[in-house]
Design a binder for this molecule. Structure first.
Ligand SMILES: Nc1nc2c(ncn2[C@@H]2O[C@H](COP(=O)(O)OP(=O)(O)OP(=O)(O)O)[C@@H](O)[C@H]2O)c(=O)[nH]1
Ligand SMILES: Nc1nc2c(ncn2[C@@H]2O[C@H](COP(=O)(O)OP(=O)(O)OP(=O)(O)O)[C@@H](O)[C@H]2O)c(=O)[nH]1
Length: 446
């Protein structure tokens, strides 16, 4: 499980700036989908090979009694409760405020690992100006400048400290059995996750098996269906109650994100009666960003009429356009309709995510694509795509080597993506294409 870091502080101290700095997109293709990361408060961050989830909380007023701050305080408390480490952000220039004291008192009482960070500290001589933050009783204050990227690395190192060790152990465990499809069912509250899971687990064709060395913390339900082993990764604290499984917790974004991270394939459930909501789009964006394979299923299809169905299909095409590689199914978990094809798609998405792409074949495909349509010249540079190899699985990554590749347009990358997808029959998985320009860009002018 990835560790979770929550950013907490009063309004305007620079939490969002810090969040953006920490979660800066790592992949050009993903960043290309405009609007995907806007308004999102959960993101992935990475330091070296250590990845973690960052939560940006709204302005926190723990003592608020009215107005929107009450709701914001409630959400911040939930984020703090679910975090492994809290980063408490204060404003180095403004000094300690009464609100900082309130938040500090709250965090001290909670006793979670907390890192105190004074933002906007660029150009400040430490010591004197920052000394007053000791009053907050949370130990040393770490000066950072989110806007200028100063001190951010030390901040992460400090925050992750002991946690990364536990994380590394988990990674080993996660590779236990490559034949098992790790599956997460994600979706907003009330879309029918529990109903679907119980319908599945109640099927006679499905047998439970014992899974040795189940990952710490995560509750998983192992089962086998048509000769394929699966491990269902829980998103809501499933508990067996007699013959049925029951969610014991309310919807939890953090649990959902962690389940997505641990899965090979995510089944994203939508609710036909509600349409595609912002929250659906956020979860979808997160799945894409994490690189997991994804199958879409619109549940409660039984409860909508022909007109609504048509509207819904159009809405999915426009609002979830960035998931157009994902198979789409219309189902009714309650009436057990349309469930068979979902399994087929899950298996296909898994196969695609784990696809092995030999270098000679990739390079041949690349050269054929270039012959069919070569990349545009950019000023005096003409990108030269030379060879390709596979750089990873789940998601598959294709690394292309050559010269002046920074001038390859996004449109051209999409053209290449389309060709690779078709050739390897990739369904339901994101495909990442990375460009690696050789050291000397002038070595091959033409
Ligand atoms: N000088 C300086 N200004 C900064 C720095 N980081 C953020 N700011 C500025 O501080 C202001 C608030 O930044 P935000 O990131 O929106 O702050 P926030 O804490 O997310 O605020 P809310 O969204 O209201 O909770 C903006 O004008 C930023 O440009 C920094 O490192 N140095
Ligand atoms: N019409 C219709 N209703 C359904 C279907 N599947 C689930 N529901 C109903 O939708 C409601 C929510 O279902 P749950 O399975 O509890 O939803 P959930 O996503 O697990 O919700 P949380 O436990 O809150 O996360 C219940 O009233 C279900 O009976 C379906 O296929 N058709």
């Amino acid at each position: 499980m990835k560790p979770v870091v929550a950013l907490v502080g009063r309004p305007n101290v620079g939490k969002s700036t810090l969040f953006n700095r920490l979660t800066k997109s790592r992949d050009a293709i993903v960043a290309d989908f405009a609007g995907l990361t806007r308004d999102r408060h959960y993101g992935n961050a990475r330091l070296g090979k250590h990845e973690f989830i960052v939560i940006d909380t709204g302005g926190f007023e723990p003592t608020a009694e009215s107005g929107i701050y009450v709701e914001m305080a409630k959400q911040t408390r939930q984020a703090v409760a679910e975090a492994d480490v809290v980063v408490f952000v204060v404003d180095a220039r403004a000094g300690v405020s009464a609100q900082d004291h309130d938040i500090g008192a709250y965090l001290r009482k909670l006793g979670k690992p907390t890192v105190l960070v004074a933002n906007k500290a660029e150009g400040m001589t430490e010591g004197a100006q920052l000394a007053e933050f000791f009053e907050l009783g949370l130990g040393d204050v770490l000066p950072v400048s989110a806007a200028h990227g100063q001190g951010v690395r030390s901040l992460i190192e400090e925050a992750l400290g002991a946690l990364v060790l536990a994380d590394a152990e988990d990674e080993e465990g996660a590779q236990a059995d490559p034949g098992v499809i790790k599956l997460a069912v994600a979706g907003r509250p009330n879309v029918g996750k529990s109903t679907l899971i119980n319908t599945w687990l109640g099927e006679e064709r499905l047998v439970a098996f014992d899974l040795p060395g189940t990952t710490r913390d995560a509750i998983t339900v192992p089962f086998e269906r048509a000769g394929q082993k699966y491990e269902l990764i829980d998103t809501a604290g499933l508990r067996r109650k007699g013959k049925v499984f029951e969610a014991i917790e309310k919807f939890s974004v953090v649990k959902t994100l962690q389940a997505i991270e641990s899965a090979n394939v995510v089944l994203l459930l939508l609710d036909a009666t509600q349409g595609v909501t912002d929250q659906d789009a956020h979860i979808a964006g997160y799945i894409l960003e994490s690189g997991r394979a994804v199958v879409l299923a619109v549940n409660k299809w039984d409860a909508v009429d022909a007109y609504e169905r048509e509207q819904l299909q159009r809405q999915i095409e426009s609002r979830l356009a960035f998931l157009k590689f994902a198979p789409l199914h219309m189902i009714s978990a309650r009436k057990r309709q349309g469930l068979g094809p979902v399994w087929t798609s899950i298996a296909e998405a898994f196969r695609s995510a784990m696809c092995k792409m030999p270098t000679p074949k990739l390079t041949r495909l690349l050269q054929e694509a270039v012959q069919f349509q070569s990349p545009k010249r950019a000023g005096m540079f003409r990108p030269k795509l030379r060879y390709a190899h596979q750089g990873g699985m789940n998601p598959p990554v294709i690394v292309i080597h050559g010269n002046s590749l920074e001038h390859v347009t996004d449109a051209y990358k999409r053209f290449l993506e389309g060709r690779f997808r078709k050739e390897f029959k990739l369904i339901g998985t994101p495909l990442r294409i990375e460009m690696k320009t050789s050291a000397n860009p002038y070595s091959d002018k033409d």
